[in-house]
Design a protein around this ligand. Structure first.
Ligand code: SF4
Length: 88
């Protein structure tokens, strides 16, 4: 059975292999819940999801977020609510 450390290590390895992914360059965009304004949260979510759609490690990222039960941020192109619905 995989665990948090395995999932995290695999994701970090994938990020290192790809050199750079969008969320490293624009971390604030990928945590829209931190924005105080609803319109900015909505816009940041849209931008983050679009960037995830072109990310070469989208699948690994989503898998790690699901295994780690990440409660915040956009991971693998999905919001926390959307991740909660995967596989149900
Ligand atoms: S899929 Fe994951 S690693 Fe790729 S940009 Fe989105 S949040 Fe970052």
């Amino acid at each position: 059975m995989r665990n948090y450390r395995q999932a995290q290590a695999e994701l970090l390895h994938a990020i290192e292999k790809e050199q750079v992914v969008a969320c490293q360059e624009l971390p604030d965009v990928f945590f829209p819940e931190d924005w105080p304004d609803a319109q900015m949260r909505k816009r940041a979510t849209e931008v983050a999801k679009n960037l995830c759609d072109t990310c070469p490690i989208k699948f690994q990222c989503l898998q790690a977020a699901l295994e780690n039960q990440e409660g915040y941020g956009i991971w693998g192109g999905l919001t926390p609510k959307e991740r909660g619905n995967v596989g149900r």
